[in-house]
Ligand binder design. Structure first.
Ligand SMILES: Nc1ncnc2c1ncn2[C@@H]1O[C@H](COP(=O)(O)OP(=O)(O)OP(=O)(O)O)[C@@H](O)[C@H]1O
Length: 599
């Protein structure tokens, strides 16, 4: 209930006065509809198909007697003209109200999508470590879709309430007793069938879980298709997918079962009630034709409305979990917020004069865990010097880089830029002054030029080729049939791993950063291209701060300092040759192993 109110409040705050115009239109439509249907009574009366004698009724005294004093043809013309006018007006309002409804629904859907998307992008790295990517995609696609459908349901629900109230009011003019009777039965039924709303709510929650699992499964299967194929895992994944689909199908059938069950109950009750009323009115109250017509008219008007309210409530019940899911996601994004919207505009790169420093840095991914991913790290990264970070797998090299980029914050200790703490206020301009090339380079599904210009829209043709030359990518780009305008496919799939790495490197250089961070950035390159990049880095030395994570130790021979990490701790630090001489140190061990492997 709380969520339903929140949902309504949000729609209200978003749509403002359009919501009231919408409600007003609903009232008018309902009035026209009521008048249109009840015009049948004077019509029947005038044509004398049935002799309607509504004794003592307000309507008879006020309206029907008017037609008694007018000749039949004129009365008929007047009634039919009113009838046509009413139907045309109702259709006119109905059309405009439907457009208004769509505007409210689409506007709200757009707002909730944009808001959630923005909050996700402004969240910090911890948020992305905590949440599955596929769950976020599911929320952005499936849940926003359901919520947008929910807006429609809520508007329908409001309109059902308004329509019902007006229909009840009009029906009261004919017979208060009969109207109270029908309405009371309807409300009693809504009360007893409220458990179905809860069941729908539960089905809605199951639906979210199933759709999250579906989204996660699909993205894993598509992303891991190479592994699946090369390891003969098709059968396993196909049967997993089949089981999941069976569950989803079951859920949809259960929803339909629930929905039709309530409709069935309403129909049964309505048939029984009509039977009982007609019987009582004929046998006990010696009812006349007018009572029978009234029973049928009032029933046909009010009962579907009450059924509509119940059905709306059930459907809203199944949509509310999606709304809650989005609200929780937005709340979580706010808890993990890194930057606000104002900060992302016109970010100027920061000038770094002395360098970066890690001071007594401790970090762990999970607070409840005992083990630290990094502990007591004290390091200096002097400006315009090259620092290489090495160590066995899992030593904490990437974790250290994430901390240096301000993606994660140390649990204890500080990361300092020119002696000042790296906090949210400076993090954007700091990141604007660095370029990062990750292990698995990401490229957008556009042209090579498009991917490069993403970093610097204003880069000239000459600057682009210079960056490509630096990254040893000039030759292969020139050989492509469309050169810079070649489309490289989803995540750059049409390129080899090494080509992708070289393009991302070129993109990083195009920014002319003051800090260049390479995380295994040359791991997919052959020796020839790697040595070209080595030479280029050599040329860059002294002009920017370079931090390199490298497994191939031959590539860091010329680094100004080498940092050796093991199990999250700095165990050695110094120049390449100096560390290589420390025979018992981890560095010479790593060197020895690599020499053995390369034979
Ligand atoms: N998102 C995460 N959640 C929990 N633990 C993590 C996460 N990422 C890394 N770790 C853990 O932190 C430790 C350091 O990982 P990190 O990725 O920094 O190592 P690395 O030295 O870069 O390894 P590699 O050379 O294999 O890339 C490892 O024990 C790893 O299991």
């Amino acid at each position: 209930m709380k969520e339903a109110m929140h949902f309504l409040k949000l729609i209200h705050s978003f749509s403002g006065k359009i919501l009231y115009i919408n409600l007003f239109a609903m009232i008018i439509i309902s009035l026209f509809e009521g008048v249109g249907i009840y015009l049948l009574l004077p019509l029947i009366n005038v044509t004398k198909i049935i002799d309607i004698k509504i004794h003592d009724s307000y309507l008879n005294r006020k309206i029907l007697f008017i037609f008694d004093s007018i000749p039949q043809t004129i009365a008929l013309t007047i009634i039919l003209t009113i009838f046509v006018f009413v139907i045309i007006s109702q259709s006119f309002f109905q059309r405009n109200q439907t457009i208004l409804n769509t505007k409210i629904q689409q506007g709200f859907a757009r707002k909730i999508r944009e808001e959630t998307h923005k909050l996700i992008l402004l969240a910090n790295w911890g948020f992305f470590l905590k949440n599955r990517k596929s769950d976020l995609i599911n929320s952005m696609i499936m849940e926003t879709g359901r919520v947008s459908g929910g807006v429609n349901l809520l508007l329908n629900f409001l309109s059902s309430i308004v329509f019902t109230l007006i229909q009840i009011g009009i029906a009261c003019i004919f017979s208060v007793k009969m109207t109270i009777f029908v309405t009371t039965f309807g409300l009693v039924l809504v009360f007893f069938l409220r458990k179905f709303i809860k069941q729908n709510n539960k089905l809605g929650k199951d639906n979210i879980e199933l759709s999250q699992t579906y989204m996660a499964g699909i993205s894993e299967h598509i992303n891991g298709i190479k592994d699946i194929k090369s390891n003969n895992l098709e059968e396993k994944h196909i049967s997993w997918f089949k089981r999941l689909n069976e569950k989803m199908e079951e859920n949809v059938i259960r929803t339909a079962d629930l929905k039709t069950r309530t409709t069935f109950i309403y129909k049964v009750v309505s048939a029984c009630l009509i039977g009982i009323f007609v019987f009582l009115s004929i046998k006990l109250f010696k009812g006349q034709s007018a009572s029978l017509v009234l029973i049928l008219v009032i029933f046909s008007r009010i009962w579907p409305r009450i059924t509509g309210i119940q059905s709306n409530l059930e459907q809203i019940g199944s949509v509310l979990p999606s709304f809650k899911n989005l609200l929780n996601l937005q709340k979580e994004c706010l808890e993990y917020r890194e930057i606000n919207e104002k900060m992302i505009h016109d970010v100027k790169p920061m000038e770094i004069n002395k360098g970066l420093e890690c001071k007594n840095v401790y970090f762990k991914y999970n607070i409840v865990e005992k083990e630290y991913a990094l502990s007591n790290v004290n390091l200096q990264f002097p400006v315009n010097r090259m620092t290489a970070i090495v160590g066995p797998s899992g030593a904490g090299k990437s974790t250290l880089i994430d901390l240096l980029m301000g993606l994660n914050q140390p649990g204890r200790g500080e990361v300092l830029i020119d002696g000042a703490p790296l906090n949210n206020e400076i993090v954007l301009s700091f990141r604007n002054s660095l370029s990062y090339v990750p292990q698995d380079p990401f490229l957008f599904n556009t042209t090579i030029r498009g991917n490069l210009l993403l970093i610097d829209q204003k880069a000239s043709e000459e600057q682009i080729w210079e960056a490509l030359r630096f990254a040893a990518a000039e030759d292969f780009v020139k050989k492509l049939p469309s050169g810079l305008d070649t489309l490289i496919g989803d995540r750059g799939i049409k390129l080899s791993g090494g080509e992708r790495q070289r393009l991302v490197l070129a993109r990083a250089i195009l920014r002319k950063p003051s800090i260049l961070i390479l995380d295994e950035a040359t791991s997919a390159l052959d020796t020839e291209n790697e040595s070209k990049i080595q030479e280029a880095l050599e040329r860059l030395k002294g002009t920017m701060t370079i931090i390199v994570i490298a497994h191939r130790l031959s590539t860091i021979r010329n680094a100004d300092q080498v940092v050796v990490l093991n199990q999250g701790e700095v165990i050695q630090q110094g120049q390449f040759n100096q560390l290589a001489k420390e025979k018992r140190g981890m560095f010479s061990l790593l060197l020895k192993k690599q020499l053995e492997v390369s034979g």
